[in-house]
Design a protein around this ligand. Structure first.
Ligand code: SF4
Ligand code: SF4
Length: 334
């Protein structure tokens, strides 16, 4: 597909490219001035070099974290990256500052890209085009149980706890001192949020904003970038586009299930009534934000992850579509 025709071209790719250039300028100016940035609320002082070390430590933390996800557990290996969907990358100011501090660049994509319409624009030939030393914090943090079948007696809760524990161990071991200081001041532990990776990523960004980005922005003009980030990347205009698309997909799948020939219904391992009921629940999660959204989503996800059929049949397509929809809702709404 032509790069310019991808749904994320303008509000993700172009916007992030502009913001990345501003971050590179701010970081280059800091390097030349070589001044120290005080953060009295956290008893911290940043130099250009200490910020570089900090980012390198975070890069090592997340590389170790992803080694666990891809080597200790089988879910990501077997799934191969189905979370790389539209709206998933969630590039934030810290991601762009981090790549500038690592002397790297945000992806520059060719005129013709391999990502399909519903895939993340940064997916090139089934691989992420962000530098290996810095994916986005959101992408690096995310984990789930994938789509491979599980044993009937597996408890989803227990499977998640096993991953969370391993990741807590990694984060405890590699967390840079500046973030430990944030934890100390606020009386929190970032690892407590790891049972929900999207929330963990958000909490980490809040901490990074407070200890690093806000103090840096007072000295260097990256505040514009933060505003852009808020309006273009985290902003309501984009989120509402994402919600509209998710609701349209829910309607599409419901139509496919309703029109499915009666003779073929038996090939679905979940009854069509159950699929339609789950689609209604998903619509309620997206529109109503019930307090038990996370639990509802996990229950529904368990049904489809256990039942996916990868045989190209219409039933298989519907079940795969449900899995992708669930991942997308988890990535963008919760
Ligand atoms: S890992 Fe890369 S390709 Fe996947 S969603 Fe994140 S930015 Fe996109
Ligand atoms: S969808 Fe889940 S299992 Fe698959 S690669 Fe992403 S995090 Fe791993």
């Amino acid at each position: 597909m032509k790069l310019t025709r991808h749904p994320e071209y303008q509000h993700v790719y172009v916007s992030n490219g502009d913001a990345a250039a501003r971050c590179q300028e701010a970081v280059a100016a800091w390097k030349i001035n070589s001044d120290t940035i005080d953060v009295p609320d956290y008893a911290l002082q940043w130099t250009y070099e200490s910020a570089q070390t900090f980012v390198q430590q975070l890069s090592q933390l997340f590389q170790a974290y992803n080694q666990v996800l891809w080597k200790t557990f089988h879910y990501c290996r077997e799934c191969g990256g189905q979370c790389c969907v539209v709206d998933a990358s969630n590039v934030r100011a810290f991601d762009l500052l981090a790549i500038a501090l690592l002397d790297l660049q945000a992806p520059v994509l060719p005129t013709n890209i391999t990502a399909r319409e519903r895939e993340c624009i940064y997916l090139m030939n089934h691989r992420c085009s962000w530098p290996e030393a810095w994916r986005t914090i959101k992408c690096w943090s995310f984990y789930c149980l994938g789509v491979s079948p599980r044993k009937p007696d597996d408890s989803i809760g227990k499977l998640y706890i096993a991953i969370t524990r391993e990741l807590q161990h990694i984060v405890c071991k590699h967390l840079p001192n500046q973030l430990r200081q944030y934890e100390h001041v606020h009386g929190v532990l970032l690892t407590d949020y790891l049972d929900d990776p999207v929330r963990f990523s958000d909490k980490l960004h809040i901490a990074l904003d407070e200890i690093f980005i806000a103090p840096l922005a007072k000295r260097y003009p990256i505040i514009d970038i933060q505003e852009r980030q808020h309006s273009f990347i985290d902003g309501t205009e984009h989120v509402s586009d994402g919600i509209d698309e998710i609701l349209a997909t829910i309607a599409d799948v419901a139509e496919q299930v309703s029109e499915y020939p009666i003779s073929l219904l038996t090939t679905l391992r979940i009854s069509p009534e159950q699929v339609l009921s789950d689609l209604e629940s998903l619509q309620w999660i997206v529109e109503g934000h019930p307090s038990n959204s996370q639990q509802m989503l996990q229950d529904i996800y368990g049904r489809y992850a256990d039942s996916s059929i990868d045989d190209g049949s219409e039933a298989g397509v519907i079940l795969s579509e449900m899995c992708r929809l669930l991942l997308r809702i988890q990535q963008t709404i919760l």
